[in-house]
Design a protein around this ligand. Structure first.
Ligand SMILES: [Mg+2]
Length: 268
């Protein structure tokens, strides 16, 4: 029985699974179309907090994957949910549109410039980050603001096969400066996965991702099955170094439609 027949819903990571940068991963649009044709429910989940669900759905449409904003769960939405559940009123943000608008919609004041205090400092991926923002974030944390990261991915897969700095690399500047550890909202934490399964209508999920340390580890912690695809960050050799194992490994998303290989999931 192929993987598509074994699960009710498919929770698809984006970067390294459906696209790299603005380029589609080969076969991605066909794979999603086949999942939909088979009547399987889908949610798209991403640790990237820079875009709103509408922007993510647009980006997916541009690479040939029609998607509705309601199918998209981002670490920005999960961060805003968490902060508002704790009664946070103000945040200094290193981040882009996605996290700023999610916080604003949750009624949280996003502070600009050099505010003297903030309830929280939120760190996400920010292509406009500079020394002044890193300094202000570090000062506010030392004055008692709670340090929250939308996600801690140190890098992400660039179109040319190399790695670019992610939110986790920006976060490291603040944690190294202050000595304060951040609370991380995105994968491998449970919040994003659970929100994605709710979006997909529940049932037995298969998490599909390209990273052992986030996608696979997060699924394993919940007791959920995972498919690692080798179109992004993780390589077979990473499995040998890791304590967690994906349930399945495939070269790419075409593995969803095949009988999975039995046996040990080593790099051989
Ligand atoms: Mg990924």
């Amino acid at each position: 029985m192929s993987l598509v027949e074994r699960y009710d819903c498919f929770l698809l990571d984006l970067d390294g699974v459906l696209y790299r940068g603005d380029r589609p991963v080969e076969g991605a649009s066909e794979a999603v179309a086949r999942l939909r044709a088979a009547g399987r429910r889908i949610a798209f989940l991403t640790n990237n907090s820079s875009r709103t669900p509408d922007q993510v759905a647009d980006a997916l449409g541009r690479i040939g994957v029609p998607a509705s904003p309601a199918e998209v769960v981002t670490s920005a939405l999960a961060t805003a949910d968490l902060l508002s559940s704790r009664g946070v009123k103000s945040a200094f943000v290193i981040g882009e549109d996605g996290v700023r608008s999610a916080l604003a919609e949750a009624g949280i004041d996003t502070l600009d410039g050099e505010p003297p205090r903030a309830d929280a400092v939120v760190v996400g991926w920010d292509r406009g980050v500079d020394y002044a923002k890193l300094r202000t974030a570090s000062i506010l944390v030392q004055r008692g603001a709670t340090l929250i990261a939308t996600n801690a991915d140190v890098s992400f897969p660039a179109p040319d096969g190399l790695r670019w700095p992610g939110a986790g690399a920006i976060l490291l500047v603040v944690t190294a400066t202050t000595g304060v550890e951040a609370e991380v909202v995105g994968k491998p934490g449970a919040a994003l996965f659970e929100a994605a399964r709710r979006r997909a209508g529940g049932g037995r999920p298969l998490v599909v991702g390209d990273r052992v340390d986030t996608d696979v580890a997060g699924a394993a912690a919940l007791g959920w099955d995972s498919l690692l695809v080798l179109t992004g960050i993780s390589r077979p050799a990473d499995l040998d170094r890791s304590d967690v194992r994906p349930t399945y490994v495939a070269r790419d998303l075409s593995g969803l439609f095949e009988e999975p290989e039995p046996g040990p999931l080593a790099s051989d």
